[in-house]
Design a binder for this molecule. Structure first.
Ligand code: ZN
Ligand code: ZN
Length: 371
């Protein structure tokens, strides 16, 4: 029997007759430390309450699977992998309820359904979300390293001041990506956003050819993933930080006022974080500050998202989410105000819920002035 703590915790959450079936992706990495890209070849990990996990995988994975805490059922390219699925379902006791990976390709869920048409089906997140949502020490260590890395790059870019004027958004974005890896990041955790002037009014702007001018507010949203040492294997955890900076020149009075509102909304929300408060309440605090400043309609997205093996994962800080915050959760608080044809402001930090409040994982300056 393997002794991986995370697999034990997963098995503990299952009742007799239930199974979790995972495909390559964050859930499988979470339980085993094993990372590979999903492909058309059947690669499925079965976890049941009573037996050792079984991994159905192409034979060419034999060597890579040696460290994986599961019994391997390998198939060759001339086998029909559905026969192997059939055998494994029988071997693990014919589960009546199968929780399939939320990220599993439809091809594989259909094959499972064809070999076990009478089973009930659910999503693996019903079993795993509560485990993944609270981060353990190794995860928190990696997330805070990713936060420090984003801080360092943020300060370095801000420090360039007027040198940035004249660059295109795309040029500044690729310079940020270069700095993220130069300072120890594995890779950008998502597409770096540099949104200058009126482009800032689009929260997910794709950095383009616009030249950054003096007086432009520039929304900078980036982070890199860093490697974490897990009990079994390694995995990558991301940073995610946003600052809105004016590199040179004077922004408008309205921009200064709006920046102050967003900063205050973010401060108030972080102040409100503690165990037992709901995610929806944090969203309400942010919205309250922005609405009372008269910009309610200009805050067009949720307040934040959890961060872990995925850059966006539960808990989602959205209106009405009655999920209570617990120590060890990590999420972003990223209020924004977006004024079409003018500018946008977003300030984002990741926070960890502690026993009595919140701790920020980002500490780089939040002011708009590059100095
Ligand atoms: Zn974010
Ligand atoms: Zn972000």
């Amino acid at each position: 029997m393997n002794d991986s703590r995370r697999i034990r915790a997963c098995r503990h959450r299952l009742e007799d007759g239930e199974a979790v079936v995972l495909s390559p992706g964050p859930n499988l990495t979470y339980l085993t430390g094993f990372e590979t890209s999903p492909s058309e070849r059947h690669f499925l990990l079965f976890v049941t309450p009573g037996d050792e996990p079984v991994v159905v995988a192409p034979a060419m994975y034999a060597e890579q699977l040696e460290g994986v805490p599961a019994e391997a059922e390998l198939w060759d390219d001339d086998d029909d992998p559905r026969d192997v699925l059939e055998d494994v379902c029988t071997a693990v006791g014919d589960p009546e309820c199968i929780y399939v990976d939320d990220r599993m390709w439809a091809q594989f869920t259909q094959d499972l359904r064809s070999v076990r048409p009478d089973a009930a089906y659910g999503l693996a997140s019903e079993v795993l979300e509560d485990l993944r949502i609270r981060k353990d020490e190794a995860e928190l260590e990696a997330l805070s390293r990713a936060g420090e890395l984003a801080d360092r790059v943020s300060m370095e870019v801000r420090g360039r001041g007027k040198e940035v004027i004249g660059l295109t958004e795309a040029e500044l974005a690729s310079e940020i990506d270069r700095l993220l890896t130069e300072h120890g990041g594995e890779e950008p955790a998502f597409e770096t956003i540099v949104a200058s002037g009126p482009n800032g009014a689009r929260p997910h702007h794709h950095s383009g050819d616009r030249v950054i001018e003096a007086g432009d507010p520039v929304v900078l949203d980036f982070g890199a993933s860093v490697e974490a040492d897990l009990e079994a294997g390694t995995a990558r955890y991301p940073g995610d930080q946003t600052r809105t900076v004016v590199f040179a020149g004077d922004p408008t009075a309205e921009f200064r006022a709006v920046h102050g509102v967003v900063r205050e909304a973010q401060r108030a929300a972080i102040e409100a974080v503690e165990p037992g408060v709901t995610a929806g309440e944090i969203d309400r605090v942010v919205r309250g500050v922005i609405e009372s400043a008269g910009y309610g309609d200009a805050f067009v997205h949720r307040t934040g998202h959890g961060v872990g093996l995925e850059v966006h994962e539960p808990p989602y800080i959205v209106p009405g989410n009655d999920r209570e915050l617990e120590a060890g959760m990590v999420f972003s608080i990223e209020p924004g105000i977006y004024l079409e044809d003018a500018f946008g402001v977003r300030i984002e930090d990741l926070v960890v819920v502690t026993e009595d409040g919140a701790q920020r994982l980002n500490e780089s300056p939040r002011r708009w002035s590059s100095q």
